[in-house]
Design a protein around this ligand. Structure first.
Ligand code: 15L
Length: 266
């Protein structure tokens, strides 16, 4: 049997770095694409140094690939021009290359900032319509729409994950992390579910751990086979006394993004 080849864009970024060791499997080759140079650990990894905005490089990177996980792009606020170029044009470039290469399954990283101006309510459905909090959030809403388009036009399975906060622990995030954290191990469980779910079509799901203080619905991800085993609450004592969000940042899903100046890199 030939190996399954999974292309990961943005593999040297925050989420990519956490997922790389966790998505290694016998019978699977990870093709790791990033602007930053990377070194393959062994023959189960291939590295590509390229931008997701480079059409020729993306076309080449997609050759022989079975599934694509698109994490590449800016992960925070940036100028409109940069956000448009890297996140929106970059995702269109990735989807176009995937489609042309016959890749049938694409997983796209969206963010809670696509709905950052939704109120902090419990069990926010994964398909809540966009209410972005930043240009970054607008780009994530556009990525969701592009995924839907490529599914409808070309029949590709496209799963878009609205990731909460995927970090080693929720500690750097402060008390908000007790709500939004996606543990790296749960992240890997979620990507595995997205890679293996039979014929998902187009799905929009939340990427979050089963946190005691969770406000994002897990129903949609669980329907794909995801089962969270982690809960940020185990860090609650360590976060007690740390400054909690106030004002708009406390009222809305996007937290501090809701008041950060637009278009300013942070
Ligand atoms: C995101 O989308 C960012 O990429 C990440 O750096 C965190 O800020 C996260 O959202 C969050 O909301 O905590």
């Amino acid at each position: 049997m030939t190996d399954q080849r999974v292309l990961i864009t943005g593999s040297a970024g925050v989420v990519g770095t956490l997922m790389r060791p966790r998505l290694r499997r016998p019978g699977r080759v990870l093709r790791l694409l990033d602007l930053a140079p990377q070194t393959p650990s062994d023959s189960s990894e291939e590295v590509v140094t390229a931008s997701v905005t480079d059409r020729a490089a993306m076309a080449e990177a997609c050759e022989g690939v079975d599934a694509l996980i698109h994490l590449g792009g800016h992960s925070r606020e940036n100028s409109w021009e940069e956000t448009l170029d890297v996140n929106i044009n970059g995702t269109q470039t990735v989807l176009e290359a995937a489609q042309a290469a016959g890749i049938r399954r694409v997983i796209l990283a969206s963010s809670n900032h696509a709905v950052g101006f939704r109120r902090v309510d419990s069990d926010l459905p994964a398909d809540s319509s966009p209410r972005p909090d930043t240009y970054y959030g607008v780009s994530k809403a556009a990525i969701e729409a592009l995924g839907s388009l490529y599914h409808s036009r070309f029949g590709m399975d496209v799963i878009v994950i609205r990731i909460g906060s995927c970090f080693e622990t929720p500690l750097p995030l402060g008390p908000r992390g007790l709500t939004t954290w996606l543990s790296p191990d749960d992240g890997a469980r979620l990507f595995e579910a997205c890679l293996s779910a039979p014929s998902p079509g187009y799905r929009l799901i939340w990427g979050v751990s089963d946190n005691t203080r969770r406000i994002y619905s897990l129903e949609e991800a669980e329907a794909l086979g995801y089962k969270s085993l982690d809960d940020a609450e185990v860090y609650a004592d360590q976060l007690a006394g740390k400054p909690a969000p106030t004002g708009l940042a406390a009222e809305y899903v996007g937290g501090p993004f809701c008041t950060a100046p637009l278009g300013v890199f942070n």
